[in-house]
Write a protein of this length. Structure first.
Length: 271
């Protein structure tokens, strides 16, 4: 219980203090509620792979099943699911704590270089999935105030989705550059798309558009929540345009660098 709100009357300093306290206690209550939901969601998500593993092992133990290759393979897949979830929860936690410390002096990263290495990582996977992968970038560095590993994580999650939700024969493109002086990163696919009514929900934790379909693709429902957190904490904005059966386009914009005259803000100390 967070207790009753302090009564507020008059326009003196005390009442404005009371307002602030009331606001803070509402915020705290909201945070507490979110944390509770998150814990429940995590517990629920971890239980599913554990239950499958337990059922398999029990059947082997009772002699009901021979542990053949195929069944052992299923066990390994459930363990991988479990590991992926734990890793995603860790990243989410890291992104959460980061956004509590707003920083203007974070690391500078060349979006172009960071994106190129992630795109390279995806080349074999796209080739295997019969997808065409293109990388389009300006030919000078595109600086953003974000750690390279976070840029990589954001692009990795977006590309992972693009690959998962684009059928064979489709294309994916990653573009990097400036629009109106603001650095941007975009990932576009010709995949299954997202219904308009779902667009506002996809950045929520554990949200999946189609539970049965996404269970097959092995998603955790945390990928976009992590993207959103990391983008928020670097003062960026993420937008998505999508049409069912046509494809999706995720675009992130960051604020313009302090000095737009210089292509390398590190050289033009305007802090
Ligand atoms: P998941 O791990 O399930 O992919 P995400 O948080 O990354 O979770 O994405 C949330 C949901 O948004 C996905 O389950 C999927 O339904 C939808 N989605 C995300 N990216 C795409 C995309 N490029 N094309 C179609 N649907 C997508």
């Amino acid at each position: 219980e967070w207790g009753a709100a302090m009564p507020v009357a008059g326009r003196d300093e005390l009442s404005s203090l009371a307002n602030t306290l009331n606001y803070l206690s509402e915020q705290l209550a909201r945070q507490e509620q979110l944390r509770k939901h998150l814990m429940q969601d995590i517990a629920h998500e971890l239980r599913t792979p554990l239950a499958t593993l337990r059922a398999h092992l029990q059947a082997f133990y009772d002699g009901l099943w021979e542990p053949n290759r195929e069944r052992l393979q299923s066990c390994l897949e459930e363990i991988e699911r479990f590991e992926a979830l734990v890793a995603a929860v860790e990243t989410l936690y890291e992104a959460d704590t980061m956004s509590e410390v707003p920083s203007r002096s974070g690391a500078q990263t060349d979006l172009r270089q960071a994106a190129q290495s992630v795109v390279q990582l995806f080349e074999p996977r796209c080739a295997a999935a019969g997808l065409n992968l293109a990388f389009v970038a300006e030919d000078t560095p595109v600086w953003v105030q974000m750690e390279a590993k976070h840029v990589a994580q954001v692009l990795w999650n977006l590309l992972d989705n693009a690959v998962k939700y684009t059928p064979r024969g489709g294309s994916i493109s990653v573009s990097v550059g400036h629009r109106n002086g603001r650095p941007f990163l975009a990932v576009k696919d010709t995949g299954i798309g997202i219904p308009e009514s779902e667009l506002e929900n996809i950045f929520e934790r554990f949200y999946r558009v189609d539970k049965s379909r996404d269970r097959k693709t092995g998603g955790s429902g945390l990928g976009l929540a992590i993207v959103k957190r990391l983008v928020d904490s670097s003062h960026g904005v993420i937008q998505v345009e999508s049409q069912v059966g046509v494809g999706s386009n995720f675009t992130i914009h960051w604020p313009a660098p302090f000095s737009s005259a210089s292509s390398d803000p590190r050289g033009s100390a305007v802090e």
